[in-house]
Design a protein around this ligand. Sequence first.
Ligand code: AMP
Length: 114
Amino acid sequence: MPTLFEKIVQGDIDADIVYQDDSITAFRDINPKAPVHILLVPNKVIATANDIGAGDEVLVGHMMRVAADIARNEGIAESGYRLIINCNDDGGQEVYHLHLHLVGGRPLGAMVPE
Ligand code: AMP
């Protein structure tokens, strides 16, 4: 079964895509937690951060660099933002297709709730 995010990557489910290339896709989160909330995903499925292999280092680095480019395009690079990857149950991961949250546009408060 394709993951939800694979369906978005392949265009089978509508999403507000802000960036796409051969290896990654970025789209606006459907339930944004801040004025800017964008998800960056690899086009291929990597289930969790635990599944990032040595061969994925360039891909994951690319996700980080493009996230910074998108932050600049969204006008939040100087005010600041947060990049988040949730992993498994305790991390609050809901979709088992690796994704980097780019969140910003307001002060985000404490990094982790006490
Ligand atoms: P996580 O809890 O880290 O797995 O985050 C999953 C994220 O996917 C949540 O922030 C959801 O709001 C978001 N999400 C779920 N379905 C969609 C969708 N169809 N389009 C865009 N974002 C989605």
